[in-house]
Design a protein around this ligand. Structure first.
Ligand SMILES: [Fe+2]
Length: 327
């Protein structure tokens, strides 16, 4: 079966893509953001997912205001980078995974999520900037991508709760797929920002940091917020954070945080990246003590403890038992 091995929350600020494309990642303004990314890039490289389900919103690139799907899934073999008014980014096009995408489509629709099927869909910065954040500037993206578009442009967007539940349906579909695939899922957009009106430029760091903390430990708070709360706290474009809920719904209730970067300001937004792996199943102290060393080391690492097979087994065991409150 296929398995979801990682969850990512990531802003998709267009200026981040432009900074990368134009060699400005070390120009002072962008340095603090890009200097933090190698650790996230190493994390995903080590995980080596076969497929990345990338949730984002289209910004009037593939869809105009004439046609606004609430959820659209790309089932094509290839997706071209959109021209957003200043030419197509000179980065690789995005290769899809039609077989898994069609499987997810069928499974989700039968489960009550009526996804719009996109056989052709240019992808804009919502999709390409997170790829740049995680993979830099390769000749080809090292992962196949299933793009899922969410309407957060035209009121009413889906609720955070609906997005979270779609994430659960996507996970079920992935786990029922008849093929060995490692799948990562990214919810993108946000964090707090507003591009228009009296509150243009609003950034709410306290809200953003709480969102990230809650995403890891207490996500019910994020999932149950209304549109009004998101917009009041995070600005009109902060509503994009509902898309992160699709990722969170696809992960275990308990997750381990592997990376976080929060940076203000990036363009006129707060930029956030957070990386999760599913927390391991809970084991009794007796089960842990009975583990052979390589299994114990893997379990320790999954708990967020840095352990190695060359370490003394009793030291690793002690750390694991302590972390779980058994000693
Ligand atoms: Fe967006």
């Amino acid at each position: 079966m296929a398995k979801i091995i990682a969850g990512i929350g990531c802003s998709h600020v267009p200026a981040v893509g432009a900074a990368s494309d134009h060699g400005k990642t070390e120009d002072g303004y962008w340095t603090p953001l890009f200097a933090a990314l190698p650790a996230a890039r190493k994390w995903i490289k080590d995980l080596a997912p076969d497929v990345l389900i990338l949730v984002y919103n289209d910004h009037a690139s593939a869809f105009s205001l004439e046609l606004i799907p609430t959820f659209a899934i790309g089932v094509a073999q290839w997706f071209e980078n959109a021209d957003e008014g200043y030419g197509r980014r000179q980065i690789p096009n995005v290769e899809g995974h039609p077989e898994l995408a069609w499987h997810i489509t069928e499974s989700c629709i039968l489960d009550g999520f009526d996804l719009t099927i996109a056989n052709k869909m240019d992808v804009d910065h919502g999709c390409s900037v997170p790829l740049t954040v995680f993979f830099g500037e390769p000749a080809a993206w090292p992962v196949k991508v299933i793009p899922i578009c969410v309407n957060v442009i035209q009121y009413p967007p889906p609720t955070a709760r609906r997005c979270y539940d779609l994430g659960k349906a996507i996970r079920k579909a992935v786990e029922e797929y008849d093929g060995e695939l490692k799948v990562a899922i990214a919810g993108t957009g946000g964090m707090s920002h507003q591009l228009q009106g009296e509150r243009s430029g609003v950034i709410n760091t306290e809200f953003d940091v709480n969102y990230l903390d809650n995403l890891r430990d207490n996500n019910d708070v994020n999932r149950d917020r209304s549109h009004l709360e998101y917009i009041r706290e995070a600005g009109s474009e902060g509503i994009e954070l509902v898309m992160w809920q699709i990722m969170r719904g696809a992960m275990n209730e308990k997750v381990v945080e592997k990376f976080r970067k929060y940076h203000v300001a990036s363009s006129n937004t707060a930029f956030g990246v957070i990386c999760f792996e599913n927390a391991p199943e809970e084991k009794s102290a007796a089960e842990i003590k009975a583990m052979k060393e390589p299994v114990l080391v893997e379990y320790a690492n999954a708990l967020g403890i840095t352990a190695h097979v060359n370490d003394l087994k009793k030291d690793t065991l002690e750390k694991v038992l302590s972390k779980l409150g058994y000693s």
